[in-house]
Design a protein around this ligand. Structure first.
Ligand code: SF4
Ligand code: SF4
Length: 111
């Protein structure tokens, strides 16, 4: 079980959740933010601050957004388009900075 970011973040990405996360495991792509599943400690601090209610427990992702559970993991587990290596578990978003890319699914996502 972990928290994941769903479709509502796409093209909003106001970063309010990034400020709340005590372990700095919310990373910013181009169109949305992603939670590193291995770094998230499931504290829930990010969930109530999202203005568009995009953050959910993976087991409670709204119907029709199930793919976003996989995309949060894929963002770290596989090389992003145009990159040679996967991000993996960087251990903190602040040190990594803006990533500026999305998974292929999110890059092409239309609500
Ligand atoms: S607070 Fe919500 S909309 Fe803003 S970056 Fe986080 S998940 Fe996305
Ligand atoms: S649940 Fe807690 S640890 Fe996980 S992303 Fe949200 S604020 Fe960070």
């Amino acid at each position: 079980m972990t928290f994941v970011i769903g479709a509502a973040c796409v093209d909003v990405m106001d970063r309010a959740c990034v400020e709340e996360c005590p372990v700095d495991c919310i990373y910013t792509g181009d169109r949305m933010a992603y939670i590193q599943p291995a770094e998230c400690v499931d504290c829930g601090a990010c969930e109530p601050v999202c203005p568009v209610e995009a953050i959910h427990l993976d087991s409670e992702i709204p119907a029709g957004q199930e793919q976003f559970v996989a995309e949060n993991a894929r963002f770290f587990a596989e090389p992003l388009p145009g990159r040679d290596a996967a991000l993996g578990s960087p251990g903190g978003a602040a040190a990594v900075g803006e990533i500026g890319a999305d998974t292929a699914f999110v890059a092409a996502y239309r609500s």
